[in-house]
Write a protein that binds this ligand. Structure first.
Ligand code: LLP
Length: 421
């Protein structure tokens, strides 16, 4: 459920007409609904209420400081994957003991910053990384809490580019080698083993792959405990999918996911961490854009928008489907027409949808991409020197720009021309 609904024929973000925001901010822009993502976060939190837990929002999905700060106030932890994300989490008021550090290539500088600033745990992805964490921890005289990410070799049944739990993926340590690696962890100075970490992929629309992975983690917990390791925490990753197309079957709910976790690992008495990103913010954000031209091509009509692949890369990168809806609803009798919906960037890949059925649209009309809150703004670039797309947050009947659109001047001024040129 989200708070982007039509009232009297026009799209609202909570209590604010989207067209009103567009008139003030200009297009394109991302627009989030505060009460939608807070609700999604709370659903995960409640789903794990059967035991000790921490929901660590995977901030790679949307990392604006306003979003982070709202979640921090709710008691959220954060899953970070870079020094930049760690700094953002701290700046948003998240205490170090609620931050877990994931990611396949943590640098010594990043490890040092997190140890000094405070960290709940590092999710270790490889033996060389584990040795680096040990070295930095010893040099600082700070013990580093670690969980080792195991790769359970299960098929997440999602898009190949976002599946991470098969043995051919670069993530984690093969589960078959876990005992060996935990033995090395126990022997290395400066490390304190606290748990096991697993994350099998993103946009999972079924529970079975989670079930397979978590059963393997439960077995491993018993084995590692018998080996003498203090496994008190299980980080079960993120990945629960969202319905991108309204016609699709809805993916499982956080409550079912929480029950699955209880069923598979609840008996172990571990503190549970999960790292949802997409489900928290995905349907809490839309990308609002305007039709620049309607171009009649041969056998097809193109809707040329002022948003492009640099603003929302998902369709070009993953063939992702996003619902595209008019901000002002057409009359009931309006007949749907097929459009190729494209951006102005000079690449054929800058195509959002082909032959998409839409009510008739003309230049100047506003449309919105739904389900754009996750992996939208964060993956935007300035390709074609299009200034980074701004972000707006709506709550009740108010809204605020939470990242302003840079001017051309600001964009240009970031570059330096060397004196010797
Ligand atoms: N934890 C780890 C270690 C991850 O790598 C990810 C996502 C998450 C948690 C959060 O997963 P989520 O709950 O959001 O599915 N750019 C792609 C998605 C990449 C996901 C990367 N890792 C997209 O636009 O679909």
């Amino acid at each position: 459920m989200d708070h982007f609904l039509y009232k009297d024929g026009q799209l609202f973000a909570e209590g604010v007409p989207v067209a009103e925001i567009a008139a003030e901010v200009g297009t394109p822009f991302y627009l989030y609904s505060l009460n939608t993502f807070l609700r999604h976060f709370r659903l995960f939190d409640e789903a794990l209420n059967w035991g000790p837990h921490l929901v660590c929002y995977a901030m790679k999905a949307a990392s604006n400081q306003a979003i982070l700060s709202a979640l921090a106030k709710e008691g959220a932890g954060m899953d970070v994957v870079s020094g930049g994300e760690y700094a953002r989490a701290v700046a948003a008021g998240v205490p170090g003991d609620r931050i877990v550090f994931s990611g396949v290539g943590k640098t010594q500088d990043e490890i040092r910053a997190a140890l000094t600033g405070g960290i709940r745990q590092f999710n270790v992805e490889s033996e060389p990384e584990m040795r680096a964490i040990s070295e930095v921890a010893v040099s600082l005289g700070i013990e580093a809490p670690i969980a080792i990410r195991v790769n359970p070799d299960v098929d997440a049944k999602t898009h190949a580019k976002i599946a991470t739990g098969k043995s051919e993926n670069k993530f984690g340590i093969p589960i078959a080698r876990a005992r060996e690696v935990y033995a090395e962890a126990a022997a290395l100075p400066g490390l304190r083993v606290v748990g096991i970490d697993v994350h099998i992929g993103s946009q999972l629309t079924q529970l079975e792959p989670f079930e397979q992975a978590y059963k393997k983690v439960a077995e491993l917990t018993e084995v590692l405990r018998a080996d003498g390791h203090g496994i008190t925490r299980l980080d079960l990753g993120g990945g629960l999918g969202i319905p991108y197309a309204r016609s699709n079957e809805a993916p499982p709910l956080p409550a079912d996911y929480g029950a699955l976790i209880e069923r598979t690992v609840g008996h172990l008495g571990c503190e549970i961490e999960i790292e949802p990103g997409r489900l928290v913010v995905g349907n809490a954000g839309i990308l609002v854009t305007r039709v620049i031209y309607l171009k009649e091509g041969e056998g097809r009509d193109f809707l040329i928008l002022d948003a492009a692949m640099n603003d929302l890369i998902r369709p070009a990168m993953y063939e992702a489907h996003h619902e595209i809806v008019p901000v002002i609803e057409a009359g009931v009798a309006a007949e749907l027409k097929p459009y190729d919906i494209v951006g102005p960037v000079c690449e054929s890949g800058d195509t959002f949808a082909k032959g998409r059925l839409m009510p008739p649209l003309v230049a100047g009309d506003l449309v919105a991409f739904r389900s754009a809150g996750a992996y939208g703004a964060v993956m935007a670039s300035e390709y074609n020197s299009r200034p980074l797309v701004p972000e707006v947050l709506a709550s009740g009947d108010q809204f605020a720009v939470i990242r302003a659109r840079p001017s051309f001047d600001e964009m240009i001024k970031r570059d330096t021309i060397p004196e010797w040129l």
